[in-house]
Design a binder for this molecule. Sequence first.
Ligand SMILES: *Cc1c(COP(=O)(O)O)cnc(C)c1O
Length: 357
Amino acid sequence: MRAYNFSAGPAILPEEVLKEAAAELVDYQGTGMSIMEMSHRGKEYSAIHDECIANIKELLNIPEGYSVLFMTGGASTQFPLIPMNLLGEGQTADYTDSGAWASKAIKEAKMLGNINVAADCGKEIPTRVPAVDELNLTDGAAYLHITSNETISGAQWKVFPEHECLIADMSSDILSRPLDVSKFGLIYAGSQKNLGPAGITLVIIKDELAERCPDTVPTIMRYKTHIANNSLYNTVPTFPVYMLCLVTRWLKALGGLEGMQKLNTEKAGKLYDCIDGTDFYTGTAVPEFRSNMNVTWRLANEDLEPVFIEEASKRNLKTLKGHRSVGGIRASIYNAFPEEGVDALISFMAAFEAKHS
Ligand SMILES: *Cc1c(COP(=O)(O)O)cnc(C)c1O
């Protein structure tokens, strides 16, 4: 039996995708080899690589003048790469601090240049992201960096700020909703939450930005190297790209990002209704900024939280423990998380409350 896996990342994958990968794992389409064992420049892998990029461009309706890149080192490696490539000498970059991930991005950027924290609500409880009208922006800033969804606190940007060069860490909500990519200079996401297994970082970049990179940046760390080489400057992690390709096919078959947003809103909405329906549970995030991907809450009696997590686990509802830095309960319900699992959690929550109140 498959578990209802609420893990924040690496996270649940669509069962259909796992089965398809399993079916062709040992012998990829009659070649007698796994896709993992083939050249990253051979015709079988090239077809996957190019289809994956084309599917992402189609799903996100990415305009001309942008590139889709597969990089490595996780979203965390983008934290320093962004200022190295895009923050010129003497310039300032604006960052919003909305929690743990944003503050890690800020910490790295501060080692490399002048950083202005344009809004700081990273430690507020209830948790939230900044409102667009509270940003204290620098004139002529090189870029503005935001974290579209704070995976740990469960807060999400619903309306994005306008900026000449808007950069977003979308590790935990990429491909969960339609997006106007033309409003962004650069978008990045580690693969292990909403895209596939761990191992690649998806980067969507406006090509002209990559030209800002100074010559002092090593070749492998330049966006323009990866653009010029179609992400094949060095050996790309072929298997994670293959898995992402299968996930993009699955998304297209389900009606693309509009279909996905509808499903995600429905799943999260049910769970928030359940939390709001009783004083036994309290949502962690300010309602208008609640994440549709990571739903976070506390029990009125915090001592009952470990019992909640343990009893849930016995009912096949796995990995509901909040992040070690904040505690509480977190249900990560990414694209691949089935609606029946949310229903099962809601039934469990009602039964748990009846038993313990
Ligand atoms: C998980 C996560 C990261 C870190 O990703 P790695 O791939 O482990 O480096 C960064 N930002 C956000 C928003 C995340 O959820």
